[in-house]
Design a binder for this molecule. Structure first.
Ligand code: COA
Length: 198
């Protein structure tokens, strides 16, 4: 294994976790470079293609627009690089706000379909949370399935008095508090403006 890379999912036939043949995926998590941008678009397009009616998924346009927005934070755009040097996953946090206080909005996150369920998504989430904590960010906010994100310490945002832009999102609207969090941080969450067009 390369220095700094992580072997994710021990992945042996009949493995204890799922009982099926799993892929061994060794990935290096690092910041996205300018050269990665086309590959990141492809990975996100492929990850979100399932169930889409064809054409480029709206989330790819969102990614493009976030890249041009003042909310873009290059230190929180991370890729998972596979053993062949190809990008197999991507996670992004951009600048959101709880009332006037800056927090991070996590998303989109995507893993190339042929690499899903091999621990790549988990490696990306752990890495971006570590980076956020190291940068004294108080909170990471996302909309997603609690069955997946609770394993990373996300909790329903309502427990912290953080409310989503759309009330119907409450069952899937989650926050992860970090070292710099204070209970004084609560109120209405606002995504960066490009999310309003999705
Ligand atoms: C969600 C995603 C990033 C997870 O990445 P991954 O590399 O497949 O995830 P991991 O291998 O780390 O974790 C796999 C586990 O997550 C679970 N999981 C994956 N996606 C899930 C989802 N949407 N809801 C609930 N559980 C999910 C799997 O069932 C598996 O559970 P297990 O560990 O109990 O077997 C990836 O599946 C993906 O790109 N999906 C399509 C795009 C998407 O939906 N993005 C998230 C939008 S919030």
């Amino acid at each position: 294994m390369r220095a700094g890379s992580a072997a994710v999912n021990a992945g042996k036939p009949g493995c204890r976790r799922c009982g099926h043949l799993c892929r061994v995926t060794a990935v290096l998590i690092r910041r996205e470079s300018a050269a990665d941008v086309p590959a990141v678009r492809q990975v996100i397009a492929a990850a979100f293609a399932q169930g889409d009616s064809g054409g480029e998924p709206a989330v790819v346009t969102l990614l493009d627009e976030l890249r041009e927005d003042k909310a873009w934070l290059p230190e929180f755009s991370l890729v998972a690089e596979g053993p062949d040097g190809d990008v197999v996953g991507h996670v992004l946090c951009t600048r959101g706000h709880v009332d006037a206080a800056p927090v991070l909005a996590l998303g989109p996150i995507g893993v190339r379909p042929d690499r899903q369920r091999g621990g790549v998504g988990s490696a990306l989430v752990h890495a971006v949370l570590g980076a956020a904590d190291a940068r004294d960010e108080p909170m990471v906010v996302l909309l997603g399935d609690p069955r997946y994100y609770s394993r990373f310490g996300f909790r329903l945002a309502g427990e912290y008095g953080v409310t989503p832009p759309v009330p119907g999102w409450l069952p899937h609207f989650q926050v992860r508090t970090l070292t710099a969090y204070s209970p004084a941080l609560y109120g209405a969450f606002a995504y960066p403006e490009p999310f309003d067009r999705v």
